[in-house]
Design a protein around this ligand. Structure first.
Ligand SMILES: Cc1cc2nc3c(=O)[nH]c(=O)nc-3n(C[C@H](O)[C@H](O)[C@H](O)COP(=O)(O)O)c2cc1C
Length: 225
């Protein structure tokens, strides 16, 4: 279905019935013991415009990020993840013509996250703070299901942990119960094909899938990383 992270959207309206169709179907995603630990809030129109305005004001004021409710990455990312993150940054900012040293331009590009890259719809996915890693994995499967169903409707998306740093501003708009942690946002809309990065596909580096193969007790064990 050609899902990829799209970071440039047109302002074309995303019909409510399409979003409802996608989320109703995604509710059938698998989860351990069928806990269905995802909690989604979808914003369009005036509430999303208000969120973008408030987030934009925080960015412009150099407001510190909200204290973390979960760590996006371990503080010292080890190999091979460190190198993969560096390669992603190089590719992303390289495409935008931004050098490694140009911190201001990098910050400007990152700030597009909090404008949902121009998308007219956004989903915010929360999880109960009492749940653990297996349930966070369930939420990941759910989000992937949502993204694939969006593709089937001709829509694109970009998941955004970036929203978690302004979680209090998101909460002002969606008023989630205290028991929930914001995992991430997801920008949703029709792709703006004039935005360079979003057109590039196949350039994202992927690791070889099969790292090793052993035979134990006559059963082939594939070690997939
Ligand atoms: C949980 C999660 C959080 C992400 N957060 C962000 C984000 O905050 N901003 C962003 O631009 N991309 C974000 N991404 C998109 C990834 O950078 C992207 O999926 C990855 O580079 C692979 O590229 P592809 O999705 O186009 O295949 C996120 C992806 C995931 C799965």
């Amino acid at each position: 279905m050609n899902r990829r992270a799209v970071r440039g959207f047109t302002d074309q309206h995303v019909p409510r019935e399409v979003l409802e169709r996608v989320l109703s179907a995604a509710a059938w995603s698998p989860s351990g013991s069928n806990l269905q630990p995802w909690n989604s809030y979808v914003l369009t129109g005036a509430p999303l415009a208000e969120l973008k305005k408030l987030a934009g004001e925080r960015v412009a004021a150099g407001d510190p990020w909200d204290e973390r409710e979960y760590e996006m990455y371990p503080p010292a990312l080890k190999s091979p993840y460190r190198e993969r993150r560096a390669a992603f940054g190089k590719e992303r900012y390289g495409e935008l013509g931004i050098s490694r040293e140009d911190v201001e331009a990098r910050q400007r590009a990152a700030a597009a996250n909090w404008q949902c890259f121009g998308a007219p719809a956004a989903l915010f996915c929360y999880i109960d703070r009492d749940l653990g890693p297996p349930q966070w994995a369930d939420v990941g499967m759910y989000l992937q299901t949502v993204m694939l169903l969006l593709r089937a409707e001709g829509l694109h998306s970009c998941l955004q942990m970036a929203w978690s740093v302004y979680r209090k501003t998101v909460a002002e708009i969606v008023s989630p119960p205290d028991a929930l942690i914001l995992f991430c946002g997801m920008s949703i809309g029709f792709e703006d094909v004039t935005v360079g990065w979003s057109q590039r596909r196949g350039s994202h580096h992927r690791q070889p899938r099969v790292m090793s193969m052993t035979r134990a007790h006559a059963i082939a064990v594939l070690h997939l990383k």
